[in-house]
Design a protein around this ligand. Sequence first.
Ligand code: ZN
Length: 460
Amino acid sequence: MRTRPIKLERGAFPTGIDRLRLFSTLFVILSNGWQCCLLQCCRFAQLCLFLVSAVVTILPATVAQPLAKQPVALEARLEGDRSLSVLTVTLTHKVDVEIYPMQSPDRLIIDLPAVNFQIPPAFKLARTPLVKMVRYGLLGADKARIIIDLAAPALAGRITTQMVASGFARELSIEIKSVEPSMFAKKSQEAEFTRRSTMLTNDNAVEGAVAPQTSVKGKISDRRPLIMLDPGHGGPDTGAVGLNNISEKDVVMAFARDLRSLLESRGQFRVMMTRETDVFVPLDERVRMSRLNNASLFISIHADRLATATEVHGFTVYTGSEKATDAESAILADSENRADAMAGADPVAAREDISDILDDLVRRETRSHSSLFARTLLGRMEATGQVMNKNPHRSAGFRVLRAPDVPSVLLELGYLSSKTDISKLSDAAFRERMTLDIADAVQRFFASIQAQESQGVLPH
Ligand SMILES: [Zn+2]
């Protein structure tokens, strides 16, 4: 009986299948070894070779794992008081960091190459009297950012990197030193001036921007309407944080994925997402992606938090308008529009490419289609008995709803400031009902538009 040779590449981490084959081969060798002495000798030699190759494979792989290309942030801690706090991040590699202050809200931005953040979730709760919160995430394929939200003006002090005792990781320590407000303002302005100068010399330097993930050009023959789903926030911009530390960016991403699967399964639409992973995408980039790909409908998905109105709950659909329908909507739009700033993106990087010369009729039609979708959706939800906000259709000046030629809505699935909504959003059956209502509404919306268009071409 011959056993299949196992190909073990030096340095490659053995997969589960490789390990299974390794152990099954070992078993076969041992169980068959009694057959004859000669065979036993052969088997023994094979076994020895096998064990040696296994050691050669597994050991370097284990050692080599931390040496993989992308640095991994393994843990982080925050210690200190109101005058001096220290952020320490344990990384598998030494990384170059760039740190600068930013105002309104006051924060320190730490830019670093792409990092695989594996920091335990409990770190989200880390605070000191000087630091309100530390956020982190990817800004694209090759850049990551850590944002230190400050409770009082502070600047970075000493930055050190030290090997940890095991020798396989490094601790990056950053001192955060309290300073006078005037000093913080001065350093923030200097940093902003440097960034602006760099951008002027490098026209492509749209800070924090990521390239559109895909373009529809290759699929031009597919005439099905394109639905652009926009899971809000991402990367260092966590969005709202609710009880048990659930982040809006994760809630809306899971929901958007479910909705995409459902819409795709119906076969009538193409579906794209403005982000596929936990990455920061600037607001204008989301709008640009939907226009560039000729989306027929843009659905932004959120689950925000209204700190001043914790009683507000239930599903709400927003359409864009310069004037907010109510104070809560204005506050919400204002906080959403600060998403870029929260992720540390420079406001000067926001390119205003929406002021196209577009026929006012197009804008009016877009607005009316956005409202039609909102009404269709709310009609579905009412019919299926979903819990809705007391005023479920609202309008405000959301930046992501500014495409003049793509009907756009922003859905608040619920509010992470409401206990009722948090428990609903954690319920898979509830989420499933909601995705069904949205998918039904999308179908009805396009059916209505087609009906309108076909009526328009009928001879009078
Ligand atoms: Zn949001």
